[in-house]
Design a protein around this ligand. Structure first.
Ligand code: HEM
Length: 375
């Protein structure tokens, strides 16, 4: 039986894309775990964070052009559309692993080098920040694939299918695996320092439209900054609870600002003082330094915790989604590099930026329209 790649290479695109797979339709209770792949915008950005993440950093083989990239996006989009809906990928050797997608989302993006293949879109690398100690092995790649799901079987299977289909077209440079604490009551999940992380974020469609989704040539796309940040938990643990809360500017128990309020969603008041005139939220604390003068979210933070199994180090795979990284993310990161009490216990060791493609409607694949390729 020909593989998809041999079909594609032979140029027989049309029939292969619609070949039916022999799979059982989703049972009604499983259908709740399906997040549609096709749409104006890619899933996995505005989607509330699933439990597990795998982020793949991939380089295209040298000399690849728009058509090679298009071919890869076609293959991947077909895989993603099937797997996210609970159907096996074409020529799936383990179709049983695809039955419950468990909210699987697959989100594709391209690095600065490949944005040159798309007219009207530029993406600059981030400037150097004084606190960075970046390691080459977590650096910029041509492509990123963000896979998220609530079940590791579904996630791992999708990861494997995409990597299999990439053979000959791309080279895997790094894999970043992470986990997120899901809660039932709408509160943010905790990071490995024990803090509620994600309180100040865009909440509704209007805020996402204003802060996350791009316009113009990249309409319905967005931009992603990935920062791999190691946490020095051994020295962090030496601080007492008060000092840890002081460092962030919020309570550990419920994330409420140290200026008062009943929970993590209360607005921090950076001007509030105690009876001696000392600021309740220290001006050098993480919240004071990262907060906007406008008192609201500045971009979407969709972070995942990590533990590196090879050496036991841990931290945060910090992911910021914004319609304009230079205008929204960079100034905050600059401020934090200049001063942030948290810097003593954290260290950025990886950094990359990507343009996240707009979505593709049913029957189309991600990236085709932007690359100017025929259907
Ligand atoms: C390991 C590193 C980091 C940790 C542990 C951390 C932790 C936190 C925590 C606990 C909060 C308060 C609750 C919340 O609003 O989510 C917070 C807020 C925030 N952080 Fe971080 N953060 C880290 C890195 C960063 C980086 C690299 C940036 C951006 C460059 C950033 C930007 C922000 C922003 C914008 C807020 C919201 C501030 C506000 O408007 O009140 N954080 N962070």
């Amino acid at each position: 039986m020909p593989t998809r790649r041999t079909i594609l290479r032979a140029g027989v695109l049309a029939g292969a894309g619609v070949a039916a797979s022999a799979c059982k339709p989703l049972s009604p209770e499983k259908s709740t775990s399906v997040i549609a792949f096709h749409g104006l915008r890619q899933a996995g950005v505005q989607t509330s964070p699933q439990s597990h993440l795998v982020l793949l950093g991939i380089d295209l083989t040298p000399k690849s052009g728009a058509e090679d990239l298009g071919r890869l996006m076609w293959l991947w989009s077909d895989d993603a559309a099937r797997l996210t809906s609970g159907q096996p990928a074409l020529a799936d050797t383990e179709p049983e692993l695809a039955v419950d997608p468990a909210n699987l989302t697959v989100t594709f993006g391209i690095g600065p080098r490949l944005t040159q293949l798309v007219s009207g879109v530029t993406l600059d690398p981030l400037p150097h920040f004084s606190t960075d100690k970046l390691q080459e092995r977590w650096g910029q790649t041509d492509l990123v694939v963000q896979l998220c799901a609530d079940d590791l079987i579904s996630l791992t299977h999708a990861q494997r299918m995409l990597l299999k289909d990439m053979a000959g077209l791309g080279v895997l440079r790094w894999t970043q695996s992470g986990f997120h604490q899901r809660t039932d009551d709408g509160s943010s999940g905790r990071n490995l320092m024990g803090q509620l992380d994600g309180s100040v974020n865009p909440r509704n469609a209007n805020e996402h439209d204003a802060l996350v989704w791009a316009d113009g040539a990249w309409k319905h796309g967005t931009f992603l900054a990935v920062r791999r940040i190691e946490m020095h938990l051994d020295t962090w643990d030496e601080l007492d609870r008060e000092a840890r809360e002081f460092t962030i500017g919020r309570k550990l128990s419920n994330g409420a600002p140290l200026s008062g309020g009943k929970d993590e969603f209360a607005d921090p008041d950076l001007h509030a003082t105690d009876k001696h005139g000392f600021a309740l939220i220290d001006p050098a604390s993480h919240v004071a330094r990262s907060r906007s003068a406008m008192n609201g979210p500045q971009f979407l933070r969709r972070g995942y915790n990590y533990v590196e199994p090879t050496d036991g180090t841990s931290g945060l795979i910090f992911m910021a989604y914004a319609s304009d990284l230079a205008g929204q993310f960079v100034p905050v990161q600059q401020r934090l590099a200049e001063q942030d009490l948290l810097n003593q216990w954290t260290q950025a060791i990886g950094s990359a930026v990507y343009a996240i493609w707009p979505g593709a409607p049913k029957g189309d694949y991600v990236g085709r329209a932007q690359l100017g390729l025929p259907r």
